[in-house]
Design a protein around this ligand. Structure first.
Ligand code: ADP
Ligand code: MG
Length: 261
């Protein structure tokens, strides 16, 4: 799935699905931690006004002074919004102010390009940048897809939860055509997977043919350990180091790094 054209700079991966609760934020935190463990320089961007990623990495959104909304509106440089985290990744945090920035961007020319432009000065400092998208296909997600070199789509193996995936892939195709020709689909990542149910196994087996995009492996197992991680302000890789969920994310990260080498 890696592109054959020469490229430089970091992989910029938008983690997107307009359905909520499919483990976008969990995936950004866990893959980011896995890349950092592997020695990569990682930047995470919280592009959701709910600020769940920011909170889950031990930063109180209410105490954040400089966040992604100011970066998007051009009032601060991206570098000045970057914070370190205990998991070894850097983070551009989000706060509820992002909801207002979203509305302000709507009236601006070139509004889909503001994140891409804002991140340019910090690209050289990182090997991987992961963008945590909000559950919508609005202007913020279009910004993420325009700034990205790849899109990763977490999804649950429940038939009813897939109604939006076709629409998301249509949006990706529009972005490729109009805004960002270099964008590729890294793949779908099955999350909260319960391999004991025949239904989920059947849905998993059907994914590649149904959507015609790569399906990353292994699927991330469903586990209560994931619910505990945000409360301690660390990703699953630190809060449950030896868990199956952490191992699965490490394996997905290793496979991606192999493909990028
Ligand atoms: P999104 O960002 O797509 O809305 P989240 O990452 O916030 O989704 O995850 C939604 C909920 O599911 C959270 O409570 C999270 O802890 C939980 N969760 C994520 N991954 C798993 C998993 N593999 N097993 C069980 N629960 C999970
Ligand atoms: Mg989220």
């Amino acid at each position: 799935t890696s592109s054959s054209t020469p490229r430089s700079g970091p992989r910029v991966v938008a983690v997107a699905n307009q359905k909520g609760g499919v483990a976008k934020t969990t995936t950004v935190a866990a893959l980011g931690a896995a890349f950092a463990e592997a020695g990569r320089r990682v930047l995470l961007v919280d592009l959701d006004a709910q600020a769940c990623l920011t909170f889950s990495l031990g930063i109180d959104p209410d105490s954040v002074e400089v966040a992604v909304d100011a970066v998007l509106l051009g009032t601060v440089d991206a570098a000045d919004a970057v914070q370190g985290t205990d998991d070894g990744m850097d983070l551009i945090p989000s706060t509820i102010e992002l909801a207002g920035a979203d509305a302000q961007l709507m009236g601006r020319p070139g509004r889909e390009f503001v994140l891409r432009t804002a991140l340019e000065p910090v690209l050289d400092g990182y090997d991987v940048i992961l963008i945590d998208c909000s559950p919508s296909l609005g202007v913020l997600t279009l910004n993420a897809l325009t700034a990205a070199s790849e899109v990763l789509i977490p999804l649950q193996c429940e038939m009813l939860s897939h109604r939006g995936v076709g629409q998301l892939l249509d949006t990706v195709a529009d972005v490729q055509r109009i805004l960002n020709p270099r964008l590729s689909v890294l793949g779908m990542l099955p999350t909260m997977f319960d391999g004991r149910t025949t239904h989920q196994r059947a849905v998993l087996a059907d994914l590649p043919e149904r959507y015609g995009v790569p399906v990353l492996a292994p699927p991330i197992p469903k586990s209560v350990r994931f619910a505990e991680a945000p409360a301690v302000g660390r990703s699953i890789l630190a809060s449950a180091r030896g868990s199956k969920g952490a191992a699965a994310y490490r394996e997905v990260a290793a496979t991606l790094l192999d493909g990028w080498a």
